[in-house]
Design a protein around this ligand. Structure first.
Ligand SMILES: [Zn+2]
Length: 289
């Protein structure tokens, strides 16, 4: 089996497993993800949002990923997560990202198609192996813990007809869709996934790998039901952020004299690693390399 990103995504979309997509904004979290993948033999997507990339540095993020890839031999690919402008997508491509997600879902369909197509053309001109993800539908919430209940409205969801048109007109490699998913974890429980809607979208664009954003807080049962219908990668950010921050805070409280960063960061990194391991198992993304 090839470990090229496109092949991994195609393979995952045809089979009942999905790659994990985990965000990072520190070296320790990136290393935690890589260690989990090494133990479970998992190919993986790591991602930086615009904010995370700004903190890490685009070039610094790709250099770290390249270093881990070289050292471990694991297929680790870096994605520019939710990049909202052509310019920010271009910055990631120019810095050597393996993949970009152009997210113009807040715009009209026509405008979304226009910008996404432009990013596809630019990316392919730089390197045809760069994978570009487009998005359709409105994902409510943000990558944090929500006290309130979040409802997904019918008009938020991706429709099969628009998905087909969008993919044909933009040439994106994969598509982020909305079928009940939100960003973040709601204390009142996250909405259920609409698996029938997922099946309809997959039937309309059977050869396009699909992406599930907002993998935090979805029941294991719903995740498993989604895996067989074109799902190629599942994003998890909030669960890692929340557990990492809790562990860090607890560690600092426990030993108030400790001033050595790598000592108090280590235990939080380990907590992040355990979460990534659990998700990789749930997504069936183990023993693949
Ligand atoms: Zn997302």
């Amino acid at each position: 089996m090839s470990y090229k990103l496109k092949d991994l995504l195609q393979e995952a979309s045809k089979r009942p497993h999905a790659l994990g997509h985990f965000n990072f904004s520190t070296l320790g979290i990136l290393r935690a993800i890589v260690q989990a993948c090494g133990e479970l033999k998992s190919p993986v997507f790591v991602g930086t949002s615009e904010g995370e990339a700004k903190y890490m540095g685009y070039r610094q993020a790709t250099a770290l990923v390249e270093a881990f890839r070289e050292e471990t031999g694991l297929p680790i690919y870096i994605n520019a997560d939710h990049h909202k402008t052509f310019e920010s997508a271009k910055a990631a491509i120019d810095a050597g990202y393996d993949s970009v997600q152009i997210d113009e879902t807040a715009l009209s369909l026509e405008e979304n198609i226009g910008v996404s197509k432009k990013v596809v053309e630019y990316a392919k001109g730089v390197n045809p192996d760069i994978s570009v993800e487009g998005g359709l539908g409105y994902i409510r919430g943000s990558s944090e813990l929500h006290k309130e209940k979040i409802e997904v409205r019918p008009e938020d969801m991706t429709t099969p007809d628009e998905a087909k048109r969008f993919v044909e007109e933009t040439g994106v490699d994969r598509l982020a869709i909305v079928f009940g998913n939100i960003h973040g974890v709601s204390a009142a429980g996250n909405p259920r996934l609409d698996i029938d809607r997922l099946k309809e979208i997959h039937a309309a664009i059977p050869d396009v790998p699909l992406t599930l954003h907002g993998g935090s807080g979805i029941s294991d049962e719903d995740i498993k039901a989604a895996l067989s219908h074109g799902m190629s990668n599942i994003h998890v950010n909030t669960e890692i952020r929340a557990a990492y921050t809790d562990a860090l805070r607890a560690g600092l409280d426990e030993d108030k004299e400790q001033t050595t960063p790598y000592k108090y960061l280590n235990s939080a990194d380990e907590v992040a690693q355990r979460i990534v391991e659990g998700k990789l198992k749930l997504f069936g993304a183990v023993d693949l390399v």
